[in-house]
Each structure stands twice: as structure tokens, then as C-alpha cells.
Design a protein around this ligand. Sequence first.
Ligand SMILES: [Mg+2]
Length: 312
Amino acid sequence: MVFDKTGTLTEGRPVLTEAVPNGMSADELVRLAAAVQQGSEHPLARAVVEAAKAKGIAIPPAGQVTALPGRGVAAMVDGRALKLGSSRLLQETGIDPGPLAADAGALEQKGNTVSWLMADDGTQRLLGLLAFGDRVKPAAARAVSRLHALGVKTVLLTGDNKGSAAAVGSTLGIDQVIAEVLPSDKADKVNSLKREGQVVAMVGDGINDAPALAAADVGFAMATGTDVAMHAAGVTLMRGEPALVPDAIDISRRTYSKIRQNLFWAFIYNLVGIPLAAFGLLNPVIAGAAMAFSSVSVITNALLLRRWKAAE
Ligand SMILES: [Mg+2]
């Protein structure tokens, strides 16, 4: 089972994962950062504002909000000139991040994006860093462990960098992680797994997953994803929920075993009934009853599948 990462195993949108303050409380750092960014539609800005609201922090108004293209944003909050932005902005201001550089390195290693909040009130100084990550879906780890219980090997196939791919892979206990794959190469990776003699299924949500979904023996598309992915895949999961993948395999296996059971019974009835009838040993009334009973028993057996329930 080959999984896409972003939007399939993860939420697909950034959330504030950590706030590391420098000389203030973490809540104060989030309060100031949210104030600077409250008017912005940028995904990272929305993540800060959402985090502040979730913590019940009152966001103060900001004045003189200025975008620093490709770097961040500057604003006046509580009478202080603040700047919030990327590592590039930090470098340009010439502020030494000191011990926070190690925190930033470790967070980036885990696949986070880091923003820096700086104050410029006479002297320039660093107020802290904010780390953003794409959170793993709550049921993703359970989905992976259930697949392992079903005897299915799991692979993570992503265009994202090795650090964040490895972090998600180890959080979820995925068997194999293939990172930094160009969108056009995803299908090639699926094909190479097939050439190793494996039956390959692919789960994805994006346009970039469509060729791989089509190349796999079975493609699973998330209904929360793109239409192209749903067209390319054989199975559409009606919720963006990775746990539906083991459910789909489970119901497929049970359906297949039902088909085999029913074929067995259909053949047994005929194998016994036809020779008996041919040699005149079977009363037509009993033969007619047996014919009807075989249909009833096969359909009843099939209807037992209605008792199937998705695992919690
Ligand atoms: Mg995706």
C-alpha cells in the first residue's frame, strides 16, 4: 500500500506546532505574532491566528502593516515595531539567533517551517520563533497498524523533503519511505514496485498522484482531494480518512471469500443433483425444491455480509 503524504496521511494545511520564545512567555509570542498577521490570508498567518484563538488569547490591533515581499511582514503592535518572517528576513536584519538556531535546526529537521519574530525598538532583537508543520491525521497511525495486521506492507511516496517524510514515516510506523520524488516520477516508482512482483495499491488525493493511482493495481482516491485523482483511481474513499483503506481491503476480502463459498455450494447442488436426475433417481418435486433452496441459501449467505461493520 503506497501512500501519498500531504493531504492523504496529513491534514494538508500548516498548523502552529511550536512557539519558542526568547525573553517572554510562549503565549505572549503567539499574541504578538497573531497581531502582526491577523489581516493576512497566508496559510502560515492563518495558522498563527487560529492557534491564538484556540488558546483564548486576545489579539491586539496592529498598525502600519507592511508586507515585506518574499520575506514576511512588519507592523506596529502595542507601540513596538515588529517584524515577522522567514530565515532570510532574519539573516537580512543581521540578528544572531543564538541558542534558538539549534531549536530551529531541530524543528526544520522534523519537517517544520520556521518563522522568526523580531522587535525593532531602537535595538533589534529576537522575540522568538514559530514552527509550522502539517499535522498527521489522527487515525493515520491506526490505519497503518491495521494494514500491517492484514499482512499489507506500507510505503510512503512523497515529493516532500527527506526530513519531513522520515518524520511522518516513523510517527506512523510505515515500512518504507521514498522522499523527494518528482510528481512525474511517482508512477515510475509504483511501476518499479510492481516489477518486483508485488501487488501495489496507491492512496492519494492530488493531481500529481493521478498517474500513480492509474499505474497501481488498485488506486484509492480521497473524496476530499482532486477530481482528477478520483477519475484515475478505482476506489474513492468518501471521507479523507486513511482508516477507510484497511476497511476497504477487509470488505473486499470478505466479499471475495463469500463469492468462493457460494460458487462451491452452487457446484455441489448441481454436481449431486444433475447425475441423480439423469439416472431417474430424483423426484422432480424434490429437484424443484432443491433448485429453489440452492438460490435461497446462496443469497442468504451473501446477505450475511450486511452484518459487516467498519472497525473503530
Ligand atoms: Mg497529496
